[in-house]
Structures are given as C-alpha cells and as structure tokens.
Design a protein around this ligand. Structure first.
Ligand code: S3P
Length: 427
C-alpha cells in the first residue's frame, strides 16, 4: 500500500485498550462462572483469537462498541473442543493458554500462523513439564503445534531465565490449577498485569521480590467488571509521530502508565523530548493523559539493562525516533527482539536502511546514526504489526512510500490510520 502521511498532528485523542490487559481480562472472565464485563477492550485480531478460543470452550461473548460482556459457565463446565485452537499471530494467546489448558480435563491442540510457528515454545514447555503438565511441542518440544493432555498439576519454584511476562503468566495460569503453591522469581521485572489483575477477579497472590500464588487459586475466581486502560504501546506511535513532526502538539487521554510498561516516557525525557504526564488517576492500573510536542533537538541516548523490558514492544518506533537525534544512539541487552513477531533487530534495521536511514544491527540490539540519504524504495512489515506501524510513521519523514503487509496493523491497533487522520494528518 502507498502511504504518505503529512503532519502536523494536533488535538486530543484516545488509543484503543491495552492488548496485554485485554487478553488477561478475557481469560479471567472466561474462567469465572457468571457475567463479567470488559470495558474498553481491544478488539484487534490478537485479542479476538483469545476470545474465539474461549467460545470454543463454551463461553459466550457479546460486543457493544468496545465493551465485551462475557457469560461463562465457569472453567469446570468448559467443553472439549473438536478442533485445533488457532492462535493466529498471537504469542500471548499461545503461551498463556498453554499454561491454562494444561490443567483442564481434556485434550487440546494449540497452533498459530507461520510467525507463531517460528517462535520459541520451549521456554513455556519446560516449566510446565516441571509442574507435571502433559504438554508436547513439535521440533523436539520447541515449537507449535502444542498438544496438551489432562494432568494433575503441581506447584513450582521457578527462577525466570528470561524476562518474559508470557512465560511468567503461563506458569501462574497453570498454577491456578496446581495442588501446591507456585513461586516465581524474576531477575528482570517483566510486565505485571497478571499479578495486578488476578486479585480483581478474586485470586489473591503475593508480589514483591518473589511472586507467590497459593494452591488451587482457580476455586476462588469470580466475575469482575473490568475497565481496560489505553495501550501505551499504541500511544507510542502517536507520541513519536508528534515528536518528529514540526508544529505538532498531541494530547492522548486514558493511557495506562503501569511502571513495568512506561519505559518509553523515560526515554523521551532522556532524549529531551517535550512530554508531560498529567491527570494521573488509579483505575484498574494507573492511567494518565500524555501531552507531546514536536521537539527539534533530540539528544542521542543508550538504552540497556532493566529499562529494555519496560519498552520492549516500543523499540521499533523508538529506533525511528533515534534517527532524528543529534548523535549515535545505542540499544543493548535486547536479544529478545529476535524472537518477537519477526526478528525485530533485523526487520527494524533492514527496513529503515532501505529508506536511507543509518542503522547497524549488533548481537543484542542496534546502533542508530543520525542523517538520511534520500532513497525511494518499497519496504515491508514482514507481517509484523509494530514494524508496519513504525514504517507508516516513518513516512512523515520520508514522504510517499510503498509499504507491503500493512494490514498486519489490525493485530493490535485497528483504526490506526483513522486515528492519525483525526489528528489532522493527511494521507
Ligand atoms: C506480553 C509480553 C511481552 C510482549 C508481548 C505481550 C504479554 O512478551 O512483548 O507483546 O501480554 O504478556 P514476552 O513475554 O515475550 O516478554
């Protein structure tokens, strides 16, 4: 598709609901017998995969606007599905449900698209097996499809080898069924929505240095009326677009600013970007209004360590922002980018270089130099929603560009283009 966004971006807007929190709200609501509601749900393709799987298990979903009403018979009445449970492009659906399904009394098979088929599953299969799950994966237990047979699960004391909220949550969801407690220790904190949300659905757990989930938590799960904050990972595209486009001033209301997710705000401040976080309120999680203005003289920065996990999904668009800084920026400790929807070190570097920017891939991240040769060539999202959206934002700098695979945007940000147009961007 030919894209040519031209700014400035001005005015107020809101972004769709948080992807991670919508998945979890769908899962917890489905487990609880009775009616739950999810206000501000993200209705993108990834979250709808989770919804469709619970439909196959016997849960009913009704949709009015962005509110989902969930009527569930409760986990004990789930019905055995007659088909493979298809997870599409969604790592969160695949990994979280691998944990949850391990404790159900019937066989299930989880399988997704070609990208999911390349993503590592050993990281969930190994701890789940330690919990006595009867789970196996193709390619010597490293990939999907995953075949899950009924099993009596036991607790585990697990030290996370990688910072991954999907793995942590898979263990906690299996742990809901376990006969003994689960404890998890993280060297680097990953997003903590499972821990913040479970208590709202009736399941108390201890957090801190170690997470402790008591045995058979699933017995306590109950319905909840949950409100999903706006997704900071979607807001990131608007923030960067405003920062790099002259005369822009954008206000984004209702954005979730959970401490495990707000790394992009810190980076924008480190770079000297004009950003304000105002009107903070506590809903299910902290929410705020974010104001961003065009900033011409951004400073180069180095990102590494624990900060990386707090902005891992924003790195493609942060890399674009760094091309506009007045020196060399470096991203380190970000090997996890290699196992996202695409190898995001390669796709970010290669696609931005095709547009004339100057990035170099490193073993665990990238180096980004300022400046740009004028180049006019097509680019490709490689089916990765965050690469597609980052490239669309890049056209604010590059002008008209052919971007292949832009429909991948629907995975996490349906209405992306409309949102830009609403802020005055011309296409
Ligand atoms: C997610 C966790 C992160 C993130 C993904 C969503 C989640 O992945 O990249 O988009 O909802 O738990 P990891 O678990 O691999 O860190």
């Amino acid at each position: 598709m030919r894209i040519n966004l031209t700014g400035p971006l001005t005015g107020q807007t809101q972004v769709p609901g948080d992807k991670s929190m919508t998945h979890r709200a769908v899962i917890f609501s489905s487990l609880a017998a009775g009616r739950s509601t999810i206000e501000g749900a993200l209705l993108g393709e990834d979250c709808m995969r989770t919804v469709d799987i619970f439909r196959q298990l016997g849960v009913t979903f009704d949709r009015t606007g962005t509110t989902l009403t969930v009527d569930s018979p409760g986990f004990a009445q789930f019905t055995e599905p007659s088909q493979v449970l298809y997870t599409g492009n969604s790592g969160t659906t695949t990994r979280l449900l691998a944990g949850l399904l391990s404790g159900l009394p019937f066989r299930t098979v989880l399988s997704g698209d070609a990208s999911i088929g390349r993503r590592p599953m050993k990281r969930v299969i190994d701890p789940l097996k330690e919990m006595n799950a009867h789970i196996s994966g193709s390619h010597d237990n490293t990939r999907t499809p995953l075949i899950i047979e009924p099993a009596a699960l036991e607790g585990i004391h697990y030290v996370m080898p990688v910072a991954s909220a999907q793995v942590k949550s898979a263990i906690l969801l299996a742990g809901l069924h376990a006969e003994t407690e689960v404890t998890i220790t993280e060297k680097t904190a990953s997003r903590n929505h499972t821990e913040t949300m479970l208590p709202l659905y009736g399941v108390a757990l201890e957090t801190g240095e170690t997470i402790t989930l008591p045995a058979r938590g699933i017995e306590r799960i109950r319905p909840c009326d949950f409100k999903v904050p706006g997704d900071i990972s979607s807001a990131a595209f608007l923030m960067v677009a405003a920062l790099i486009t002259p005369h822009s001033a954008v206000t984004i209301q209702g954005v979730g600013i959970n401490k495990t997710r707000d790394g992009i705000i810190e980076v924008i401040r480190m770079m000297g970007g004009d950003i304000k976080v105002i009107n903070q309120t506590a809903e299910s999680e902290p929410v705020a209004t974010i104001e961003v203005r065009y900033t011409p003289d951004l400073k180069p920065v180095t990102l590494d360590g624990a900060l990386i996990a707090r902005l891992i999904d924003e790195i493609p668009v942060i890399a674009l922002l760094m091309t506009q800084a007045g020196g060399i920026s470096i991203i380190r400790d970000a090997e996890e980018l290699k196992v996202k929807e695409t190898n995001r070190i390669d796709t970010v570097v290669n696609e931005l270089n095709k547009l004339g920017f100057n990035l170099t891939a490193t073993a665990d991240g990238m180096e980004i130099r300022p400046g740009r040769r004028q180049m006019k060539t097509g680019v490709d999202s490689h089916g990765d929603h965050r690469i597609g959206m980052m490239l669309a934002v890049a056209t604010l700098i590059t002008g008209e560009t052919e971007i292949a695979g832009l429909d991948s945007i629907n995975v996490s940000f349906p209405g992306f283009m409309e949102q830009f147009k609403q802020l005055g961007v011309k296409e």
